[in-house]
Write a protein that binds this ligand. Sequence first.
Ligand SMILES: O=C(O)CCC(=O)C(=O)O
Ligand SMILES: [Fe+2]
Length: 257
Amino acid sequence: MQKVFDDIEKERIFKSQGYSQKMSIGDDELQKLRELIEAQFFSVIEEEYPEKLDSFSRNGLALYHELSYEIDHSATWPKKTRCLLQPACETIKKLPFWKQLENDFGPFLLGRVVYEKDIEWDRDEMYWRIVRPNEPTDVGTLHADKWFHDTMKIRERVFPQGAHALKVWIPIYCEPGKNGLAIVPNSHKDPSKWQYKSVEIENTSKPRLLCDESLVETELLNTPAGNIVIFNQDLVHVGALNSASTTRISLEITMIV
Ligand SMILES: O=C(O)CCC(=O)C(=O)O
Ligand SMILES: [Fe+2]
């Protein structure tokens, strides 16, 4: 199999650029990912709000925000309800893009499902994110993934020594230029320059940048649905405030290489 991520592209991810957008998945693969996420989404709605299943199904995920005020959004979508179940992860691991990743980066491990304190050792971690238009609370704060791995002690509990955690970020419903992933160019080159503190939130320790986040210049990546971003653990990034008129859905997977 020919490599998409050859030595030049890997150099881009680990050194020069901090990320790569060289891989795009086909329409049928995107469709499959949408189906897997939608199946979970609607089964949660059915469980919590059976009388609303019809209207939510009719609207679909991209227009979820129109109805989200009818339910308790934050109580309905903690990480627990957004982690794909193992059979869905197994389906994803059979898709062509996954085979390509294994070919190019393998062998690698996958992150385990980690909650605040608990780890589910027998589950791969693949979770989706839901970001409604104009909702500042649906996006997080600037960070490098390594800060989370360190403050939440994921690195010492889950990763083998010396491992590098690459993030695979897949836009599922996304509007280029209006929502998605914003990065701080070159931020991965000098991790020590980025100072953060660890704060106790929701039963765990999360990293928060010490300097004023609004002073940091970010660049919104152009990410049409299906265009995968792979970025290194030191690249500083944040979910952009969604300025589109549709809900943004994306899928995150950590490859431990
Ligand atoms: O998609 C987002 O809003 C944030 C993504 C992120 O932080 C990540 O993929 O590591
Ligand atoms: Fe992140």
